[in-house]
Design a protein around this ligand. Structure first.
Ligand code: PLP
Length: 442
């Protein structure tokens, strides 16, 4: 009997023993296409020789040094590479071990920034419904995903949630995409005014919403308006690119497509590509200087910040992405995946929307295309499709519809950037089989 504490205690799942390219192998030798790249983690695919070599070399040279040392060589090099390619005034990188640590650190940095500037009253965060920012208590409070939050309420920090930019169900009849985006962005201003303009420390959002909504980008102009509002009221803009960042959308940083730069940017998953647990919180020079010229100490930290082996893996991953043109490849293959999904499911009576950017695509299922009526969440459709796809040898990321019908069940696809055209067909074939098996009859 196993003594591992799994997440799903009632499920009997196979044990993964190996991975190569886009595939994972279980203990019985069965092969699975990694169509969700973990949760959008495996951007280079499995067993990448360059990353393995970088990890092996670093572990042999220096596996760990505590924070009595300022940084390590790979941490320095990776920070330089990230900053050189980051948008706007991003200037500093704080390395952590994963996504929740990155968003949690971002929340604390935003708070400390305002404290250092003599604005202790700025302690409120505004985020969006249908968002996910991580599972630790601060990050969970920021996320607007009710089923994850409910049983842990009351959560620890002052948060309010405005509408997401979710065009498929949110845009009104006769309303243009642009007007819709401005309308929902303006909810931020209304909320800041409601709370008191000098009480808000930050607004937090995913540029392309991942786990809760299935690869939903904002409409044109939305984030520009958000940036304007943040600037007007001295509110920091935190962009959570833990899932959508690191090349996944066809840009190294997802916000590049929206033409905005944040004050704080969080990345994780694709940064280590699964080879090491690593995340990072990047911030502007202005924020860094507020700490440097103030207390000189960011009141935060974990044992493994800037871990040499994790940063060496991250460095090898980002170099591989840039040197092999994989971000561009991700954009191109993403268009092909979108086209293949549209060809196969575009007329499907239960597929309401197919969307996303790069190799980050979502398929939303509805009971009725005309009314966009979701399936009854009690059917557990997305979960059943995940299971059927797994049986068929495809790993995909499902999300159940919300009980208030704000969004339906959807399937998220986030394959490695090395996916080929034949493999896109394999993914779409297997997904079609799984969906057909699970849809309610009649
Ligand atoms: N933020 C976003 C947007 C995520 O999708 C996730 C994980 O799915 C997290 C934060 C949390 O990351 P982690 O699971 O590495 O703690």
């Amino acid at each position: 009997m196993s003594h591992v504490f799994p997440r799903h205690t009632k499920a009997s799942l196979p044990t993964a023993v190996a991975g190569y390219g886009c595939y994972l192998i279980d203990a019985d030798g069965k092969r699975y296409f990694d169509g969700s790249g973990g949760a959008a983690v495996s951007c280079l695919g499995h067993s990448d020789a360059d990353v393995i070599k970088a990890v092996q070399e670093q572990v042999g040279k220096l596996a760990f040094a505590h924070t009595g040392f300022l940084t390590s060589e790979p941490a320095e090099e990776l920070a330089d590479l990230l900053v050189a390619n980051a948008p706007g005034d991003i200037d500093r990188v704080y390395f952590v071990s994963g996504g929740s640590e990155a968003t949690e650190a971002a929340i604390k940095l935003a708070r400390q920034y305002h404290l250092e500037r003599g604005e202790p009253q700025r302690r409120h965060i505004i985020a969006r419904k249908q968002s996910y920012h991580g599972n630790t208590l601060g990050a969970l409070a920021a996320g607007g995903n009710e089923w994850r939050r409910t049983q842990f309420a009351p959560l620890l920090i002052g948060i309010s949630h405005i509408s997401p930019c979710y065009e498929y169900t949110g845009r009104g009849d006769g309303e243009s995409s642009y007007d819709y985006g401005q309308r929902v962005a303006n909810e931020l201003e209304a909320e800041i005014l409601r709370l008191g303009p000098d009480s808000v420390m930050a607004f937090m959002a995913e540029p392309v919403v991942g786990a809760t909504s299935g690869a939903v980008p904002a409409v044109e102009g939305y984030f520009k308006r958000i940036r304007e509002i943040c600037d007007q009221y001295g509110v920091l803009l935190i962009l959570d690119e833990v899932m959508c960042g690191m090349g996944r959308t066809g840009h190294l940083f997802a916000c590049e497509a929206d033409g905005v730069a944040p004050d704080i940017l969080c990345v994780a998953k694709g940064l280590g590509a699964g080879y090491q647990p690593i995340g990072a919180m990047l911030c502007t020079r202005q924020i860094y200087e507020a700490i440097e010229h103030g207390s000189g100490f960011f009141q935060h930290g974990h044992t493994y910040i800037g871990h040499p082996v994790a940063t060496a893996a991250g460095l090898a991953v980002v170099k591989a992405m840039l040197e092999r043109g994989l971000v561009q490849r991700c954009a191109e293959m993403g268009e092909k995946l979108q086209a293949a999904l549209e060809e196969r499911f575009g007329q499907h009576p239960n597929v309401g929307d197919i969307r996303g950017r790069g190799l980050f695509r979502g398929v939303e299922l509805v009971a009725d295309r005309a009314t966009k009526q979701p399936f009854d969440p009690a059917l557990g459709l997305a979960g059943r499709i995940k299971k059927a796809a797994f049986q068929a040898g495809l790993i995909c990321y499902p999300m159940a519809g919300t009980r208030d019908g704000r969004n339906g069940d959807h399937i998220l696809l986030a394959p490695p950037f090395i996916i080929t055209e034949e493999q896109i067909t394999e993914v779409v074939d297997k997904l079609e089989t799984a969906i057909a098996q699970c849809l309610p009859q009649g």
